[in-house]
Design a protein around this ligand. Sequence first.
Ligand code: ATP
Ligand code: MG
Length: 175
Amino acid sequence: MANGRRLFLALWPDPAVREALARTAGQAHLACHGRPVAPEHLHLTLAFLGRVHDARLASLVALTEAFPCPAEAFSLDRFGYFPRGGVLWLGSQAPTPRLTTLHHRLWQALACEGLSPPERTFLPHVTLLRHAVPPAPGALPGIALNWHYTQLRLIESVITEEGPRYEGLATSASA
Ligand code: ATP
Ligand code: MG
């Protein structure tokens, strides 16, 4: 699919949450090294679509713009580590039923476009570092960050020689 685009839908932080996330990534970097995600790239993926043919782009933009995103919040208060890729991430200790419902509703809408959800259970997280070493016990600071969101975005991940660059293609409606 030579002319396809790599797409995903994500919660995009407002400037205050972005700054707090970037600060946290800086603290995590001291403990776990690796490469911090650029502040302007910090996000929480709700649906990774992979490569999608250009012919489907207009309907995905329309779907995103029509999608009623509720105004809600969740707490980011737990670090995690994926050995694959050395990903150090920030997530929630407690279950996040509102995010799970949002994820489910989004995939219901995407199913109407013929897209299928992943089989893996949704684990909401913000990637802070890549190629990091696993955190030593007690090495990471305590954190409690409240993220209020009101919209989600359709993003294109453009592969460049310097790594991916994210470009916003559409923003959801407020519910
Ligand atoms: P890179 O892969 O070059 O390190 P990246 O992961 O930031 O960069 P993408 O691979 O385009 O960029 O991914 C965009 C978003 O989608 C990221 O949040 C990523 O974690 C998520 N993602 C990527 N692949 C998958 C997948 N197979 N399943 C679920 N989410 C994915
Ligand atoms: Mg990736």
